[in-house]
Design a protein around this ligand. Structure first.
Ligand code: CUA
Length: 229
């Protein structure tokens, strides 16, 4: 999760988020180079005294500063497209989780396991334990196995919500009457926090998401415990 003074991206917990971070750094580096170059040129303009009487045109420089930006854009476009299609790839998921956005909480269904379903509300500040995270912890966490491909189906019951987990690189809108799909793969255990990121009403800020990433046998235990109750 994000803590104070964390201005960059969160540490990734999935291969796709790792790729997203690589792309972010790549694009940022290009951005810095452009900013430095343009900044230098603009600064040097202050010292231009306009004394060259014979300077009427410059075919070569015009050619360069037209084609060069196009070439630079190609170096952003192709990695971006690669990532776009990589994010959309579904690799034979072993578990499917359906998350439904409501005003203002999420509810979840494990349709693979005889319809385990529950809703997940934010824990109000005055009911928090001392080790709880304010505005981020929920009463019922999602439990999912690590090192497995997981499919997420997102929809909503009232208005548009967005199911977003920064550490996993997942951000999918839940829209009433539609069923959106995405997938992820958690490569380490832990708690991964997320929030709704579609302005969905007065308590938009108060519908967080918590995923408990556990080893597969723990997950099977959790499932069988919930099947019996
Ligand atoms: Cu749900 Cu914002």
């Amino acid at each position: 999760m994000s803590t104070w003074a964390n201005l960059g991206l969160q540490d990734s917990a999935s291969p796709l988020m790792e790729q997203l971070i690589f792309f972010h750094d790549h694009a940022l580096l290009i951005l810095v180079m452009i900013t430095v170059l343009v900044g230098y040129l603009m600064f040097m303009l202050f010292f231009n005294s306009y004394i060259n009487r014979f300077l009427l045109h410059g075919q070569l420089i015009e050619m360069i500063w037209t084609i060069l930006p196009a070439i630079i854009l190609v170096f952003i476009a192709f990695p971006s497209l690669r990532l776009l299609y990589l994010l959309d790839e579904i690799n034979e998921p072993s578990v499917t989780l359906k998350s439904i956005g409501h005003q203002w909480y999420w509810s979840y269904e494990y349709s693979d396991f005889n319809d385990i379903e529950f809703s997940s509300y934010m824990i109000p500040t005055n009911e928090l334990e001392t080790d709880g995270f304010r505005l981020l912890d929920v009463d019922n966490r999602i439990v999912l196995p690590m090192n497995s491909q997981i499919r997420i189906l997102v929809t909503a019951a009232d208005v548009i919500h967005s199911w977003t987990i920064p550490a996993l690189g997942v951000k999918v809108d839940g829209t009433p009457g539609r069923l959106n799909q995405t997938n992820f793969f958690m490569n380490r255990p832990g708690l991964f926090y997320g929030q709704c990121s579609e302005i969905c009403g007065a308590n938009h800020s108060f519908m967080p998401i918590v995923i408990e990433s556990v080893p597969v046998n723990y997950f099977i235990n959790w499932i069988s415990k919930n099947l019996n109750s």
